[in-house]
Design a protein around this ligand. Structure first.
Ligand code: 13P
Length: 250
């Protein structure tokens, strides 16, 4: 059976004080658990949040990682730096990176590989825009996004990776994919991976992201190919995030 995973993506939100409280609130609410839970925090808070969550069930993640190992790349943060601060996860290819900062399928694949050089688990974010969905391109878009990584990293690299399906039209919009819409794409993603390697497909965690909230998480998580969630807005409130996390156990 696949383990469940719920990851908060705090995006560019919070202050030192508020994120410290948020991390403490989440830890206080996590018992001894069957699932896994992580928060992807802004780079500048990694050290502080890392200290707070040390020895707790909550894992640390970054929201991106450089596509190069080191050198003259002003403003970038390398995988080895993230490793030094105890990151277990790094998001790669979030749609906000792809849309606003020009991350391409190739640079996302490079980031994915860089994370793995430091034993950081990349959470590969994929998903279609509304336009692409309306043109019935959802499956081809996610396949293309997966292919770029499979070509560069090889299918075996997915032994130590997580996939997050985040339909762009559902992110921050309040429009969640229905349980069935999400399941359909998750199932397709798993089948596509199975076409390359059945064992990896059976084992890889595929998370759903996009306006996941306490009141819709249970239905989404009950779907056979949805192994957890990547939570944006609702992860900024400890109670909401914990409710989402608890709903995976039910
Ligand atoms: P929201 O949960 O705010 O829609 O964001 C989803 C997301 O982008 C997580 O990475």
């Amino acid at each position: 059976m696949r383990r469940s995973l719920v990851v908060g993506n705090w995006k560019m939100n919070g202050t030192r004080a508020s994120t410290e409280l948020l991390a403490k609130g989440i830890i206080a609410g996590l018992g001894s658990d069957i699932g896994d839970c992580a928060v992807c925090v802004p780079y500048v808070f990694l050290a502080e949040i890392g200290e707070i969550i040390k020895n707790s069930p909550l894992a640390l993640g970054a929201q991106n990682v450089a596509d190069k190992a080191s050198g003259a790349y002003t403003g970038e943060v390398s995988a080895s730096m993230l490793n030094e601060f105890g990151c277990r996860y790094a998001l790669v290819g979030h749609s906000e990176r792809r849309t606003y900062y020009g991350d391409t399928n190739l640079s996302v694949a490079e980031r994915f590989c860089q994370a793995q050089t430091q034993n950081i688990i990349p959470i590969l974010c994929i998903g279609e825009t509304l336009d692409q969905r309306e043109q019935e391109q959802t499956f081809s878009v996610v396949e293309e996004q997966l292919d770029a990584v499979i070509e560069l990293a090889g299918i075996n690299a997915f032994n130590a990776a997580v996939i997050a399906y985040e339909p762009v039209w559902a992110i921050g919009t309040g429009k969640t994919a229905s349980d069935e819409q999400a399941q359909e794409v998750h199932q397709h993603i798993r089948a596509y991976i199975a076409g390359k390697d059945q064992t990896i497909a059976d084992k890889i965690q595929i998370l759903y992201g996009g306006s996941a909230k306490p009141d819709n998480a249970k239905g989404l998580f009950a779907m056979p190919d949805i192994d957890g969630g990547l939570i944006g807005g609702a992860s900024l409130d400890a109670d909401s995030f914990l409710k989402i996390y608890q709903s995976i156990k039910q």
